[in-house]
Write a protein that binds this ligand. Structure first.
Ligand code: TXA
Ligand code: MG
Length: 352
């Protein structure tokens, strides 16, 4: 059954009391509210209500084996949701919360199995967005929230993105404008020694290494390696993906990468395919005469800008009905690592 999805605009810096009170009521009554965080929009439900949590999975078409992040109003609420947070959790919370770091910790008995997909750990974070924080405080409940997109699709960085994916499936969207960081939080498993990054994101590997000394991270395997490991392409879960076929160019030699992109674009044109390019500004002169749809990710030296525009770019090029999206690597430094991870997962093809 489709439901009416209401959109309420909120001031992202000073959210209106009335809007927050209404959204908190919707959450407390077991329904779903999409809200902005500093990373991407989340789709929230009362974390202590397993029926409400099940609604999240249904609305997104998300497999029940994929666990959710629990959002907290403050680090003091760690005691509610975890079974004894170790010293290191408090230290990281002190340093990075509110902010784009998700910690995986032993879960408390109060957290329903639906959230953790049966695992005995729970992923938690305190988001750094006035709307998210106001909602959490007003609810006086932890809020379970995955990204507010249909499963496998690009994460939403605006309320419109949420509406495009989930209209008719959810009760309310708080529209606080575009999110700032644009890629999801870093997921760090601190039940392991040394702690391991499960997903690179808004807090960088460099920042974590500075605090923790050693941090484990295994980069997302290139698509070709994944095929080798699984043997069956059907098992490959494409994620963060646009509708168009995304091709990711990873050659660190910029000239070669750009050359491959131009030649790929020309071949596609010969096949009468519409090409979209998510470009770095310094590459613009090479692409301008290609009759491709161009979407700027800013300067290559500023991956934070690229991160903020990445998902909007994929959605914008899909709306422009391109068949192919070409994009090159921003390097593995800082938030560039998260961009690389998402592009590898979104890609149908990786050109090395
Ligand atoms: O920035 C973000 O993290 C956004 C905003 C809304 O907070 N949320 C988000 O949630 O990206 P989602 O569900 O799209 O991604 C959650 C990630 C998944 O990769 C999931 O597998 C992992 O966190 N995760 C959740 N619980 C886990 C657990 N107990 N152990 C390991 N990984 C876990
Ligand atoms: Mg997601």
């Amino acid at each position: 059954m489709r439901i009416r999805t209401q959109i309420i605009p909120v001031n992202p810096h000073h959210p209106e009391e009335e809007a927050i009170a209404f959204a908190a009521l919707v959450i407390r009554s077991g329904k779903l509210v999409a809200f902005p965080t500093e990373t991407v929009y989340g789709l929230g439900a009362n974390a202590f209500d397993s029926e409400a949590v099940l609604r999240i999975f249904k609305a997104k078409g998300r497999p029940s084996a994929d666990p959710l992040i629990v959002h907290l109003a403050s680090k003091d609420d760690l005691r509610l949701v975890t079974k004894g947070a170790p010293e290191i959790a408090w230290k990281l919370a002190e340093k990075f919360w509110p902010g784009p770091l998700t910690l995986v910790l032993p879960k408390s008995g109060q957290i329903p199995l639906e959230i953790t997909a049966g695992l005995n750990t729970v992923a938690v974070r305190v988001p750094a967005h006035p709307v998210a924080l106001a909602l959490l405080k007003k609810c006086q409940l932890p809020i379970a929230a995955p990204s507010a997109n249909r499963f496998g699709h690009t994460s939403p960085t605006t309320a419109q993105h949420v509406y495009d994916d989930l209209a008719g499936e959810i009760d309310l969207i708080l529209d606080g404008g575009a999110t700032i960081i644009g890629v999801e939080s870093t997921v760090l498993d601190i039940t392991k020694h040394p702690p391991r990054i499960l997903r690179p994101g808004g807090v960088t590997l460099e920042q974590l290494t500075a605090i923790l000394g050693e941090v484990g991270y295994t980069p997302t395997p290139a698509l070709n390696d994944q095929l080798g490991a699984f043997r069956s392409p059907g098992q490959l879960e494409k994620h963060y993906a646009p509708r168009a076929k995304l091709i990711f160019f990873t050659n660190p030699d910029v000239e070669k990468a750009v050359e491959s992109m131009i030649s790929m674009a020309r071949q596609a044109k010969d096949r009468h395919q519409q090409v979209g390019i998510m470009l770095m500004e310094e590459d613009r002169p090479f692409f301008e005469e290609l009759a491709a749809v161009l979407f700027s990710l800013g300067e290559g030296k500023d991956p934070a800008v690229a991160a903020a525009r990445l998902y909007d770019g994929m959605r914008a090029l899909d709306q422009a009905r391109v068949d192919l999206i070409l994009v090159r690597d921003f390097g593995g430094q800082g938030i560039g690592l998260a961009i690389r991870d998402r592009l590898k997962r979104a890609a149908s093809q990786i050109v090395t």
